[in-house]
Design a protein around this ligand. Structure first.
Ligand SMILES: Cc1ncc(COP(=O)(O)O)c(C=O)c1O
Length: 469
């Protein structure tokens, strides 16, 4: 689906009242779930006592409560009560090969019988993983592993500052780069500004200049405005737009923004934490034909194994990343006890070499296209405004479009909140069919099948059938 159509269709959903669930259907689905997830319910009570707000994650389904899982195989999960689900959430995109890919698990089991981590010494696997990554992404000459995607972005921003000698960062409205001080603002809902920034002093956020995506004039204004005020060290971007395509980036924007960054002496950082392994070999940058100065990676990089992140780019920039007393410039401190540990780099080596030497990514993308086709046919059959599209094997399903509500008044903000809450009720209907979907950004793994897609579509059909007509 092209960006213009996505904008138009999201605006149409945002301009209308949302379809209302039949309360009987909603209550029946909640009762159905509760009846078969009693152990999850009990564990959730325990979680409330020991985890802040009962959760460690941003992703669990909240209505009626998160499910506790016990086992993953390919596209499916088994919960602690023995229920089976088809999973399209896939650990927020971290699972790319499928849950517990047998080859990956075998290689990690072998490794763990000999080693865990040799911090302060090296393991050849670190080089193997780095070489795999470098051969996967044409813009990367050197790579530093980090503990997460957020850490990779912290490192990239520091490197850009060290290299350029400049201070400020340009971030696009709605783009998410993790939970670091300088970019955890204006996330999820473009225009929401400091809505989620409690705990971060304004001084940090003052270093970040927010610019609307797809607006080259405003981008250039930002460069001009801040030249005398520290200058712009980098632009950071989700190359296909906020949350991997929620608000799409128009054709040609990445090229033009990169050219502008270079004209003003700034670096261009592509956050490919999600897109890196989901758009084919070489990630978004290869597909767009735009080579960033620095790339950040995470999630699919290790198929769910921990300490998952990396920053890579040209040698002249990456050599600024240092871990000891500075003996040369440019220099910035980028460290981490478990960065590049044996388990993580072994997982990375396995995942990247498997994706590079197979057609698994092409297959996963054709599965994503299949499910999008089927979902859109279903929505059309029910004369619904809902729509779906895919970017590689990233799925986007738009139901309530909170991001498309123009934020022109306090009432508009309440409408956004209402649309997000409504989405969580819609979730219940889909989850009651055994389909795990976030109704926004979902994912297809290399293990998903046509039968999984049919189950996913059936989950959405139950939702459509549950509206008051
Ligand atoms: C585009 C993007 N960048 C960075 C991150 C942060 O990665 P992590 O959660 O591993 O810190 C995320 C996480 O969702 C992401 O979607």
């Amino acid at each position: 689906m092209n960006p213009n159509e996505i904008f138009t269709r999201a605006a149409r959903i945002a301009s209308k009242q949302l379809p209302e669930l039949n309360p009987n259907a909603l209550n029946a689905a909640i009762d159905e779930i509760k009846a078969r997830t009693q152990r999850s319910a009990a564990l959730n009570e325990r979680a409330k006592k020991v985890l802040p707000n009962g959760s460690q994650h941003t992703l669990p389904l909240s209505n009626p409560y998160p499910f506790f899982m016990n086992k993953g195989t390919g596209s499916s999960l088994l919960d602690v009560d023995g229920n089976e689900y088809t999973d399209y959430i896939l650990s927020g995109g971290a699972i790319i090969l499928g849950h517990n890919d047998p080859g990956l698990i075998h290689s990690i089991q072998e490794l763990l019988s000999n080693k865990t981590h040799f911090h302060g010494h090296f393991d050849e696997l670190e080089l193997d993983a780095a070489e795999q990554l470098i051969s996967f992404f044409p813009s990367i000459e050197k790579v530093r592993f980090t503990a997460s995607g957020s850490e990779a972005n912290n490192a990239a921003i520091k490197i850009a500052r060290a290299v350029t000698g400049k201070k400020k960062l340009i971030k696009f409205l709605g783009h998410y780069h993790g939970w670091g001080h300088e970019y955890l603002m204006d996330v999820e809902v473009p225009g929401s500004g400091k809505f989620v920034t409690n705990g971060i002093p304004d001084e940090y956020m003052d270093q970040t200049i927010l610019v609307p995506p797809n607006d080259l004039e405003k981008l250039e204004d930002a460069f001009r405005e801040h030249q005398a005020d520290g200058g712009i060290a980098a632009i950071i971007i989700e190359p296909y737009g906020a949350e991997s395509g929620l608000v799409p980036i128009m054709d040609g924007f990445n090229e033009a923004a990169l050219e502008m960054a270079h004209r003003y002496g700034a670096l261009y950082i592509m956050d490919e934490v999600v897109t890196g392994f989901r758009l084919g070999k070489g990630g978004a940058q290869q597909r767009l034909g735009v080579m960033p100065d620095l790339t950040t990676l995470g999630k699919g990089l290790m198929n769910g194994f921990p300490s998952c992140g990396a920053v890579g780019g040209k040698s002249e920039y990456m050599d600024a990343a240092n871990v000891s007393i500075p003996y040369k410039t440019p220099y910035t401190y980028v460290a981490g006890t478990l960065s590049g540990n044996a388990l993580s780099v072994a997982a990375c080596k396995y995942v990247v070499s498997t994706l590079a030497t197979s057609n698994l990514l092409e297959t996963a993308e054709s599965m994503a296209e299949d499910v999008v086709r089927k979902l859109n046919a279903l929505f059309a059959a029910y004369e619904s405004d809902f729509f779906a599209y895919n970017i590689g094997n990233i799925l986007r399903v738009e139901l309530t479009a909170p991001h498309a509500v123009p934020l022109t008044s306090p009432e508009a903000l309440m409408e956004v909140v209402h649309r997000r809450q409504t989405l969580s009720s819609y979730s219940v209907l889909v989850a009651s069919t055994g389909v795990l979907s976030r109704h926004g950004r979902d994912f297809v793994s290399c293990a998903h099948t046509l039968a999984d897609n049919d189950r996913y579509v059936a989950g959405y059909e139950k939702l459509l059938q549950s509206f008051i007509r």
